[in-house]
Design a protein around this ligand. Sequence first.
Ligand SMILES: Nc1nc2c(ncn2[C@@H]2O[C@H](COP(=O)(O)OP(=O)(O)OP(=O)(O)O)[C@@H](O)[C@H]2O)c(=O)[nH]1
Ligand SMILES: [Mg+2]
Length: 251
Amino acid sequence: MKTLVLIPTYNERENLPPLVADVLAIPGTEVMVIDDQSPDGTGALADGLAAQHPGRVQVMHRTGRRGLGKSYLDGFRAAVASDADLVVQMDADRSHDPQYLPAMIAAANAGADLVIGSRYLNGISVVNWPLRRIILSTFANTYIRSVTGLGVNDCTTGYRCWRREALARLPLDRIVSEGYSFVVEVTFLAAAVGLRIAESPIIFIERREGASKLSSGILVESLITPWRLVLRHGRRSGGGPAARYNAGASR
Ligand SMILES: Nc1nc2c(ncn2[C@@H]2O[C@H](COP(=O)(O)OP(=O)(O)OP(=O)(O)O)[C@@H](O)[C@H]2O)c(=O)[nH]1
Ligand SMILES: [Mg+2]
């Protein structure tokens, strides 16, 4: 059983080494760092980690225009072509704790095609977010759910686990979102092609090191994306809520 963990990075030099160590402590994991020529040297640091852990860490050095959506797409394509059974995507900034990976992996093994590491299953599980950020995120998710009809509590989280064969069923060439909307568009497409979606609870911890890359352009994109998806593909209806997996329930 092999799990390939995709980690997009842009200026994460303080965060990447401890994160990779925590991920590799979980048996069966391999890491692919997808770096966008970080000015702080994260790419070279990742090469050092690959040399330290031969066969378990690889680095994709992107060139051209940078972007989180583009990085995920390149990572997904590489993952689909790999021999991994499961594919995880997670942020590099230590907001996504690898301690939740075993439960997410168990949920995928129990039959989910896409397991969403969800902050909104047991109330609101975020640490160190200012109130305005909590309001923004919960509003965004309510907005996305009501426009699209998706039954997922946390559509905007970047912590996910896919069965590779399920990821291969997504029409990756049709994805146009760039920033945070990328994960929303992918969730919508996953439901549209009939993937079984489950949510597994996580506690999200706001980054302590490095800087956020959230910009106002990205916020505007996230307001428009749900409407664009519905106009193009129709509303999701009758899909019902995503299955819930609580840590331990599937053990
Ligand atoms: N490859 C690549 N990674 C990126 C890019 N922009 C952001 N990332 C990474 O994507 C992940 C999420 O970015 P963050 O800046 O933490 O975004 P966020 O978590 O919504 O914002 P904060 O809560 O403020 O941290 C991190 O691992 C970043 O390093 C990019 O242009 N290219
Ligand atoms: Mg972050």
